[in-house]
Design a protein around this ligand. Structure first.
Ligand SMILES: *Cc1c(COP(=O)(O)O)cnc(C)c1O
Length: 333
């Protein structure tokens, strides 16, 4: 579908589509997982799919420096930094911290950012609210010193990045057609939602390839109204870029996994992470995937309509975020 768009082929695809037997029994529906935590090595996770198109565009435009932003433990920033180093590009990351004078952490994603030589610029919350302007200021600095910058939005979430998840849904359709997961479409797709780009691509791809009629993004911050608007806006951008994209699947944002704040999990959520790891060998993270599956577990308990359904959970990665929260998890191990 996107043959004319520049693209860096990077995903180790197709990523596995497997059944979660123990969790299916526990939840009372048929739970399948798309292992997008396995889209690559240290760069793995959902961001690699978006970056295939975004970095493809950057290279086609002759850029030599990628600029993007995120929280200090951003998976997106880490994936961008690793791909930049792999492809011979420079990388500047605008990262938000609570205290710009505190020492830089040396764990999780930011450890990897530093290993691969990304240039880090730290911003406090007030500056972070102007992150789009900040990235353009950084781009002007790069240009002024003779570089060729390319700005990637937070989460890689724009119309172009979302196409990565349209492609992921094509991959699922091919797996179903090959008889995997019983060959039939799913009733529902569930995944963690942080900026809305993945949800936009999943909804477009699920509609295009008949993977499922409904997508339920699990908010890990903000609220449902914010995400419905954000997702609709990315869907609009993608359809302007590729007018052949048909009507997306229905999107119903769910807030049941959100927890106390972005990147902060409640004690129940932390206990749930450990239970899932022990029940199924799934090591989820406390920022995204753990909250999303927790939200789905709440829905399974509260919402009789899920009983017996075929549910596809997209495992979007995030392991370094877990490894940065060892202290927070110690009390529940
Ligand atoms: C970024 C991220 C998400 C959320 O994806 P968005 O497209 O930003 O909504 C989910 N899971 C993980 C592990 C992520 O890093």
């Amino acid at each position: 579908m996107f043959k004319n768009l520049p693209r860096v082929r990077w995903v180790h695809g197709p990523t596995p589509l497997v059944r979660a037997d123990k969790l299916s029994d526990r939840f009372g529906f048929d739970l399948w997982v798309k292992r997008d935590d396995a889209t690559g090595g240290v760069e793995a996770g959902n961001k690699v799919r978006k970056l295939e198109f975004l970095i493809g565009d950057a290279i086609a435009q002759g850029a030599d420096t990628l600029i993007t932003c995120g929280g200090i433990q951003s998976n997106h920033a880490r994936a961008t930094a690793v791909l930049a180093a792999s492809l011979g590009l420079k990388c500047v990351l605008a990262l938000s911290v609570t205290d710009t004078s505190a020492p830089l952490p040396c764990s999780g994603n930011v450890l990897i950012d530093r290993m691969v030589g990304a240039k880090l610029r730290l911003f406090d919350q007030t500056q972070w609210d102007r992150r789009v302007d900040l990235m353009h200021e950084l781009a002007r600095e790069v240009s002024a010193s003779g570089g060729r910058p390319y700005v990637i939005p937070g989460g890689g979430s724009n119309g172009l990045g979302a196409l990565g998840y349209v492609e992921a849904m094509r991959e699922v359709r091919e797996q179903l057609d090959a008889g995997i997961a019983g060959g039939e479409a799913f009733d529902l797709i569930v995944h963690a939602c942080g900026t809305g780009g993945t949800a936009a691509g999943v909804a477009l791809g699920a509609g295009l390839y008949g993977v499922a009629p409904v997508v339920r993004p699990m908010a890990v911050c903000d609220d449902a109204a914010y995400f419905h608007a954000a997702i609709a806006s990315v869907i609009r951008e993608a359809r302007e870029l590729v007018p052949a994209l048909p009507v997306p699947a229905a999107v119903r944002v769910d807030e049941r996994g959100k927890g106390p704040a972005y990147a902060v999990a409640s004690v129940e959520q932390r206990r749930f992470l450990v239970e899932v790891a022990r029940a199924q060998g799934w090591v989820l993270d406390p920022v995204y995937t753990g909250k999303a599956l927790y939200g789905l577990a709440q829905a399974a308990g509260e919402d009789g309509a899920l009983a017996g359904k075929r549910v596809l959970f997209v495992h979007t990665g995030g392991l370094p975020g877990l490894l940065a929260q060892g202290e927070e998890l110690e009390g529940v191990l």
